[in-house]
Structure formats: structure tokens, C-alpha cells
Ligand binder design. Structure first.
Ligand code: T5A
Length: 206
């Protein structure tokens, strides 16, 4: 079985940048890597992603409907892509996974955590990552980076600072004392963060 590594954090924390750098490093060492994301990662999942991120439609999403869409994308992703790749011995690097549902839908949208946990394990067929890297920044830094990036703000990016404070504290509480998680300070240079992630990956899997 290959290693399953997921990246988490609030919007703009730098996880897409870091997952790409980790993939490039592993490939440069001759490893087979599958780089993927949630929501998305399959044809059906990418269609669901478009629905979930659509701007003004979001105002009418019920929290339960939103959760079920994330879980539908996850179920397809795990069955069609992640499990076969792991069984083939590939390392799977995934930009967000079930911990996003735990904190966005459970903590921030206040769906009862046991309901989210049940749907997470159902959709993921009880699969858990070997390592989850949380790239941690403050909601204030997140807003600065989104403004700097420019372009359109999507439905979830448009939530309040309080929402992202809840998401961030949900992540930090989840990681507390659980060896599955590495929390990295995302308010450092891109290369320092990458170095920290490489060291941890090397210590665990090489
Ligand atoms: N969601 C998802 C749920 O609610 N429940 C779920 O179950 C799941 C799976 C997904 C959305 O869906 C929600 C969460 C999300 O709202 P997404 O596209 O994965 O959307 O989420 P985002 O977090 O919005 O992804 P982004 O691509 O916008 O942000 P990243 O990946 O965190 O950051 P990145 O690498 O693109 O960088 C953002 C900007 O910061 C700069 C980059 O150059 C870029 O401009 N940057 C840095 N600047 C300074 N210092 C650094 N160290 C930097 N690193 C990157």
C-alpha cells in the first residue's frame, strides 16, 4: 500500500502550493504520486465541486445538503481513485479530505459532530490518512491573501471572519495530541514550510 497524505487549513493557507512542492520532490526521487483534491478528483466530483463553489446559489444551500454533496464527491473519489492508487503502491496526496467536513460542516456550520463522523466514515469506507498536514494561518492573514490573489471570491470564501475562526480552532483542537496530524505555521516563507513538511514526510515514510 502507498502512503495517504492529506493537506488541510483555512482558505489561502498555502496548502495547494505545498502539496505541489511535495509532489515534485517525491517524483524527483522516483516515487509514483497521485495528486488529487476534494471536492473533486473524479469527473463526478469535479461536477459536484462546481455546484458547491457556485457564488450566489450558496445562500440557499442547507447545511445538510452541503454536507451530503461533499460526502457524495468523497465516496466517488475514494472508490474510483484513492483506494485503487494506494493498492497499486502509489503515494496519494490529497488537497482536503474528511477533516474538512468535520470542521467546516461540523464545527462551523454546527451539524452534530457524530452525524458528520458517521457520514465521513461511510463515504470514505473507513479510510483515514496516514498523515494530515494542517497549514495554519490566522483568518486575518487568509483575508489578506485572498484580496492579494484578486479574482472572484467563491461561496465559501465569502463566509464571515467568525466562520473561519471556528474552522481554524476546529482544526487545532482536532490535531491536539493526535499523531496523525502535523500542524505547520503557514505564516513563514514557502520554502521554510516545504522544508518542515519534507522533514516530517522523510521521518515517517523513508
Ligand atoms: N470544503 C471542502 C468543505 O466545506 N467541506 C469539505 O468536506 C471539503 C472537502 C474547497 C472549499 O470547500 C470547503 C473548503 C473550501 O472552502 P479549495 O479550493 O480547496 O475549496 O479551498 P481553498 O482553501 O479556498 O484553496 P485555495 O487554493 O484558495 O487556497 P490554498 O490551497 O490554501 O492556498 P494556495 O496555495 O492556493 O495559496 C493562496 C495564495 O497565498 C499565496 C499563494 O501564492 C496564493 O496567492 N501563498 C503564500 N503567501 C505568503 N506566504 C506563504 N507561505 C504562502 N503560501 C502561499
Amino acid at each position: 500500500m502507498g502512503n495517504f497524505v492529506t493537506f488541510e487549513g483555512i482558505e489561502g493557507c498555502g496548502k495547494s502550493t505545498q502539496i505541489q512542492l511535495l509532489a515534485e520532490w517525491l517524483i524527483s526521487m522516483g516515487q509514483r504520486v497521485v495528486l488529487t483534491r476534494e471536492p473533486g478528483g473524479t469527473e463526478l466530483g469535479e461536477r459536484i465541486r462546481m455546484l458547491l463553489k457556485a457564488g450566489d446559489v450558496g445562500k440557499h444551500f442547507s447545511a445538510k445538503a452541503e454536507l451530503l454533496l461533499f460526502e457524495a464527491s468523497r465516496a466517488q473519489h475514494v472508490e474510483e481513485k484513492i483506494l485503487p492508487a494506494l493498492a497499486h503502491g502509489d503515494s496519494v496526496l490529497c488537497d482536503r479530505f474528511l477533516d474538512s467536513s468535520t470542521v467546516y460542516q461540523g464545527v462551523a456550520r454546527k451539524i452534530p459532530p457524530p452525524d458528520v463522523a458517521l457520514l465521513n466514515s461511510f463515504a470514505a469506507a473507513n479510510l483515514l490518512p496516514d498523515l494530515t498536514i494542517i497549514v495554519d494561518i490566522t483568518p486575518e492573514e487568509s483575508v489578506k491573501r485572498l484580496l492579494k490573489r484578486g479574482g472572484q471570491i467563491d461561496r465559501i470564501e465569502g463566509e464571515s471572519v467568525k466562520f473561519f475562526k471556528d474552522v481554524r480552532s476546529g482544526y487545532l483542537a482536532m490535531a491536539e495530541g493526535d499523531p496523525r496530524f502535523l500542524v505547520v505555521n503557514g505564516d513563514q516563507s514557502i520554502s521554510n514550510i516545504h522544508g518542515e513538511i519534507r522533514r516530517e514526510y522523510g521521518a515517517r515514510f523513508m
